[in-house]
Design a protein around this ligand. Structure first.
Ligand code: DC
Length: 228
């Protein structure tokens, strides 16, 4: 499919900071619409996991770019998140581990890696439509998307949600530590020179601080209905 025909395929981009609930909202909206889903954070996480496995350093842009060429990734909108498959096998557990999170943030800061992953991310734009979850979906990867949402929530609320999740998993976490880590990560993501986490000029900003997941999904669906 040429880029001029693929640009007719509807895309909903959902960008925003860590912990705003993008994954759950994107999966819920994609399921309701019957559209495809792309978790772009998982794309960076997959490169990071592959680099760790092969002993490639976070500074070795050339070898990282090579890894970007061989990523047989696919996605499915699950009940509460976008499920990630590598070579047809689910890989969420590995991709969410701490060493992969740290490495993914380093590889995502390299412009050569970001450029090498553009075509792969755009290849998920297939009929009947795509819900793309990330940081730069509406600004860089799909600037011509028909519908753009920037999903935000206060740092306190995002830290509270993360705290609850980790506690439920039995992890020993401190709220203040989570809060400060989130604040620092927000600042790094917003101020980085390549693809900072900022709303596209034509994005609808949805603040989920005082909303339930279902309310956010309904709100995003109403934005989609107005535009498509
Ligand atoms: O959303 P996440 O935590 O799964 O993302 C993993 C890393 O990739 C995180 O450091 C942010 C980065 N990322 C990015 O730079 N651009 C995207 N479109 C998605 C994620």
């Amino acid at each position: 499919m040429t880029s001029s025909t693929s640009s007719l395929i509807p895309v909903l981009t959902i960008d925003g900071p860590s912990g705003a609930g993008k994954g759950a909202v994107s999966a819920g909206v994609a399921r309701r619409l019957g559209w495809n889903a792309l978790d772009s954070g998982a794309v960076y996480r997959a490169v990071a996991a592959n680099a760790l496995e092969k002993g490639v350093a976070a500074e070795d842009a050339d070898r990282l770019v090579e890894l970007c060429r061989k990523l047989p990734l696919s996605f499915e909108a699950g009940d509460s998140s976008i499920v990630v498959f590598l070579d047809g096998h689910p890989v969420d557990d590995r991709l969410r581990q701490e060493d992969v999170s740290v490495m993914s943030s380093k590889v995502a800061s390299l412009p050569a890696v970001r450029a090498a992953l553009l075509d792969l991310q755009r290849s998920f734009r297939c009929l009947p439509g795509l819900v793309a979850d990330g940081r730069d979906m509406g600004t860089v990867v799909f600037p011509d998307a028909q519908i753009k949402v920037f999903l935000d929530a206060s740092v306190e609320e995002r830290a509270r949600r993360r705290y609850k999740q980790l506690k439920e998993k039995g992890e020993d976490v401190k709220f203040l530590r989570l809060f400060r880590d989130l604040e620092a990560r927000d600042r790094r993501d917003r101020e980085r020179p390549v693809s900072p986490t900022v709303p596209a000029v034509d994005a609808v900003i949805v603040d989920s601080t005082d909303m339930t997941l279902d309310e956010v999904i309904e709100k995003v669906l109403s934005v989609v209905r107005q535009r498509v």
